[in-house]
Design a protein around this ligand. Structure first.
Ligand code: NAD
Length: 297
């Protein structure tokens, strides 16, 4: 099976590497040439453009920043809709608005091309380990068609509903994640300011009712965990500006459905302020520094 992979960033790079490892014939493209070269070094075929990568592909996976990039890749001027073969399957794993996912699904369906929205959870570590959670929107048939490819990159594959449902579930998850990250940061700093050791306090909360994913896998306080962005100057991982985008999507969705999301709205404001202070490119766990430094009271 020939697979095209477009968007080889923090997430897409390791995801494409796992498809190569699983034995697929993978053609890769990114606007950043070094990212393409890195994947070619692992056994992928370097493409000179997205169109070049898409030629002859049975399945195309995209992992791009936002909805505008995804719409433009498939339906923009000389978009891939005109270059993919009849019966091909597109898997978009970017986190984007559900409406864009539905528009792209419809545009591709008109040319006999299948589509699923399949955003992921699990971070860069999950992408590298092939343990991502995929949250899929599409028909039963499209879900089953995508499954063998998704299984090479992830562990838990959920079918959330029709087109766009994967994106709605994903932004619910990320809104909750942002609230947990802010709350965990605030609690850790309160403990530090009152003489506790961050390692000891983290161990206590891990075994208590405040336990959550950020404490288990992604502690925001530098030095508590080794292989997480907080212990590497908040580099790599999931950028503050991407979390801001996801919180924007969650707030837009809440407005449309008249839902009340006060904690999500507060997290959105805090992440916006943090980004305006020059932290947009840092990992989202850097919100911890909004409460002060770990070693100062
Ligand atoms: P990233 O910025 O590291 O990577 C995006 C890549 O897309 C870049 O390499 C960029 O050059 C490339 N790109 C942009 N437009 C392109 C185009 N037209 N053609 C080819 N390449 C193009 O971002 P990321 O962290 O890998 O995130 C990608 C998506 O996954 C986002 O929607 C994000 O919200 C979501 N996500 C990220 C994480 C995470 O932990 N980083 C976790 C879950 C979901």
């Amino acid at each position: 099976m020939q697979i095209a992979f477009i968007g080889l960033g923090n997430m897409g790079g390791p995801m494409a590497a796992n498809l190569v490892k699983a034995g697929f014939n993978v053609h890769v493209f990114d606007l950043v040439e070094d990212s393409v070269k890195a994947l070619a070094g692992l056994g992928a075929t370097a493409a000179s453009s997205a169109i070049d990568a898409a030629k002859g592909a049975d399945v195309l996976v995209s992992m791009l920043p936002a909805g505008k990039h995804v719409r433009s890749l498939y339906l923009g001027d000389d978009g891939l809709v005109a270059h993919l073969k009849f019966g091909a399957l597109v898997i978009d794993s970017s986190t984007i608005d559900a409406e864009s996912a539905r528009i792209v699904a419809k545009g591709l369906a008109d040319k006999g091309i299948d589509f699923v929205d399949a955003p992921v959870s699990g971070g860069v570590a999950g992408a590298a380990a092939g343990t991502l959670t995929f949250i899929v929107g599409g028909s039963d048939e499209q879900f089953n068609k995508a499954k063998p490819v998704l299984q090479a990159m992830g562990q838990n594959i959920f079918h959330a509903g029709g087109h766009g449902a994967g994106q709605v579930a994903k932004i619910c998850n990320n809104m909750l994640l942002s609230v947990l990250m802010v709350g965990t940061s605030e609690a850790l700093k309160l403990g530090l300011d009152n003489g506790l050791d961050a390692n000891v306090l983290s161990d206590i909360m891990l075994q208590s009712s405040g336990c959550n994913w950020t404490l288990q896998k992604y502690n925001p306080c530098p030095g508590v965990m080794e292989n997480v962005p907080s212990s590497h100057s908040y580099q790599g991982g999931f950028m503050v500006d991407l979390m801001r985008k996801d919180l924007g999507l969650a707030m837009d969705t809440a407005k449309q459905s008249h839902s009340s999301t006060p904690l999500g709205a507060l997290a959105q404001s805090l992440y916006a302020m943090h980004s305006l202070h020059g932290n947009g490119n840092k990992d989202f766990s850097s919100i911890f520094t909004l409460f002060g430094q770990a070693d100062s009271n």
